[in-house]
Design a protein around this ligand. Sequence first.
Ligand code: ADP
Ligand code: MG
Length: 554
Amino acid sequence: QWFNTPPSEWDKVFLRFVDKMRAHKLFALFIAIVIVILLTFISGCARFFQEYFAGSVGAFVAVDLSKKMYQNIMTQSLGFFESHSSGDVVARFSNDIFMVNRGLSNAFIKVLREPFKALTFLIVAISVDPWLTLVGICVLPPLGYALIQLGLYVRKSVRRSLMKVADLASLINETTRGILIIKGFQMEEFLKQRYDIEASRLRRFLRKMVKADSATEPITEFILVVGFSGFILFSGYRVITYRLDMGDLLQVYLALAMILDPVRKLSTVNNMIQTSVASAERVFEYLDLKPDIQDAPQAVLLEPLKREIRFESVSFSYDGKKIVLDNLNFSIQRGERVALVGPSGSGKTTLVKLIPRFYDVKEGTIYFDNTDIRKATLESLRKQIAIVTQDTILFSGSVRDNLTGGNTHITDEQIEQALTMAHAKEFVAQMPKGLDSNLGEFGQLLSGGQRQRLALARAILKNPEVLLLDEATSNLDSESEKYIQEALTNFLKGRTSIIIAHRLSTVMNADRILVLDCGRIIEQGSHEQLLKQQGVYYQLYQHQFRNAYETTEN
Ligand SMILES: Nc1ncnc2c1ncn2[C@@H]1O[C@H](COP(=O)(O)OP(=O)(O)O)[C@@H](O)[C@H]1O
Ligand SMILES: [Mg+2]
């Protein structure tokens, strides 16, 4: 036919080109090679950009998720951090985020490309012979079913192995933090065994995952071949009964082969996606967390304390079973200095933690003047309070950052002042870079007493209305403590403070002493009053304080 129609201008040009090429064979070869190189280059570029953009999308989404997760974690209450191991938290930020990223990138590359190819060839096949095509794609439902089941199995194994990874991370965290005790008490073998057991469990789950993943391609292949056999039988029948000519048959064959190739590729991608889904589920779990302590819907700004902090019938329990604080009724006047004493485990630390709402009371109410602290915004409440905890917590970073918490309005002069009051000025001055010296993770490069003094300086710098000191000077030598006592006397004037201490000098200087036992206040009054009562405080004084007092005096 092509000979009958007169050649168009373009055809003429093309024919002339072909003639020329025939004459110059080497040149033709050269042109062909150049074209191949150019095409490879272009397709390479296209592939690069596709993968680069897909990967970038993965990276953007994963990093964004991790930022959101961090923000959300920060809003959680203390209870959350007590019920989730550090390893679990760390694993979600490291391992899981990484897996989500990998999954997303792969999904964008393969999942976008392959179905598009499959669809194109499906249309071709249908246009040639719809019945034959239908028989050809009959293989897809059973294949899909098998792939989904395998994928679910992969996901389950991955989820379990991720939990094991988290357990291992916890163990490693405990090991690094407790290395001194591990070595000192020769617990190496014990911990090694614990690690071995956990690691073997991880290996078991990983192997289950690999098993399902390895089975995927062979199973896919098998189902495809069985399906294809049916297809060949049917197509043979159609050719023999003259409903289909050989040329068309070939076209449908080719088109179907082109459809099935992406299907096979997708079969393994599915497992990879399931792997990321298992991680993504863990990430979203943390993104969806709602803090159990947060601002009430119409929370008010808490005014600075004017009269008193009042506990009314306050009870508290961590687990809902064991009562830790039992029906507490007392108030602390503004400007008062209250000491809290009692045997360990009596609930002193817990009581103090209720005031900044680290936990909410289970029954009763804590009032700041006449505002229930649960009706005030957390920000306005915590702004008024500074706390020095029993285990002093410092962060890796400079002395300055630890003291100011990133508040750039605080001047170096103010910092120096606070350091002087906390008797920390000298040792900070002796550090190699002064205020810019790094403290190491958890402030590990300092002694316990030095850490406490910095924690105290941090509390002083906050310039709080209410100061909560939980055994804040327990690690100090008596000389430093005396010095700090004197410096603090001035600072505490006009401020409300609750001081948990077991040194007599600290307790004696308080305006009022509350004696806590088994979560109840059993005595209160001044030092002299309580001694006269000859009750629990008197006994504590006899056994505990007097020795401490004597050593202080010597
Ligand atoms: N985070 C916690 N989760 C569960 N129980 C706790 C927690 N913290 C303390 N407890 C329990 O609460 C009781 C009071 O502890 P605490 O307030 O620390 O006492 P104190 O400071 O007087 O030594 C103890 O029996 C302790 O076992
Ligand atoms: Mg305590």
